[in-house]
Design a protein around this ligand. Structure first.
Ligand code: PEP
Length: 258
């Protein structure tokens, strides 16, 4: 049984004061409406990690980085290491987000090195893959995500596979308000599970597969109802603590309905 995982990716948003207010609002809501089986993490900018740690430590809400260096330490201006994220209490870190692949030239080999560095220190990588609109229209979705997945996964043992999360994020759905239909997402995610089986064998069933791309309160239930969708990576909608609460409540509604 794979535990559902919801991650809020704040991208480059929120001051420390805004981060604190968000976390306090969220914790107050979770006190009366706990997440139950759903695991929840927030990926703020690096500058808000310590503030969030101050509010969230000891709570059910985990911390995540949005990016990390694959290097342990040294002359790497502007970079942040795995041990620094660990020191701040992070449990997860997003790697290979399409914005980093497109805007910072990150390759799948870079992503695999980052994921390996995270696993070595006991942090869980959230490895993002996804196709562009043009690639989908050209019928290349499976080819693209299969190549990205194979090249972005670090070498790992079967037990370690349970520490790895893969997020399928079609680029045409990110920040556009256009969500993949549950059927479109499931089709690709089932394919990713087949790819994982070929690469990892037995460990493949332990990898959690998230969907990401304009997820909101109205789309979350039908997405999470799909057999190969184990959670969501959420940008815009998760910038508001109350919207995130609604998303969590809607997942649970579905889980408890007959
Ligand atoms: C993301 O950035 O990972 C994302 C899914 O963003 P949004 O929910 O805004 O599409």
């Amino acid at each position: 049984m794979r535990r559902p995982l919801i991650v809020a990716n704040w991208k480059m948003h929120k001051s420390r004061a805004e981060a604190r207010e968000y976390a306090e609002t969220l914790l107050a809501a979770l006190a009366t409406a706990p997440t139950g089986e759903i695991e929840l993490a927030i990926a703020p900018p690096f500058t808000a990690l310590e503030t969030l740690a101050g509010v969230l430590t000891g709570s059910p809400v985990a911390l995540a980085g949005q990016n990390v260096s694959s290097m342990a330490e040294g002359a790497f201006t502007g970079e942040v290491s795995v041990s620094m994220l660990k020191d701040l209490g992070c449990r997860y870190c997003i790697v290979g987000h399409s914005e980093r692949r497109a805007q910072h030239g990150e390759t799948s080999a870079d992503v695999a090195a980052k994921a390996a560095a995270l696993l070595k220190e006991g942090l869980r990588p959230i490895i993002c893959v996804g196709e562009t609109q043009a690639q989908r229209e050209a019928g290349q979705t499976e080819k693209i995500v299969a190549e990205q997945l194979a090249a972005s996964l670090p070498a790992m043992s079967t037990p370690t596979a349970g520490e790895v999360v893969v997020a399928y994020e079609p680029i045409w759905a990110i920040g556009t308000g256009v969500t993949a239909t549950p059927e479109q997402a499931q089709e690709v995610q089932a394919f990713l599970r087949v790819c994982l089986n070929k690469i990892l064998g037995e460990g493949a069933d332990r990898v959690r597969l998230q969907y990401g791309g304009s997820v909101g309160p109205d789309s979350i239930r039908s997405l999470m109802n799909q057999p190969d969708i184990d959670g969501a990576l959420i940008g815009s909608a998760a910038l508001d603590a109350r919207t995130l609460e609604t998303i969590l409540a809607n997942i649970q509604l579905e889980n408890t309905s007959p």
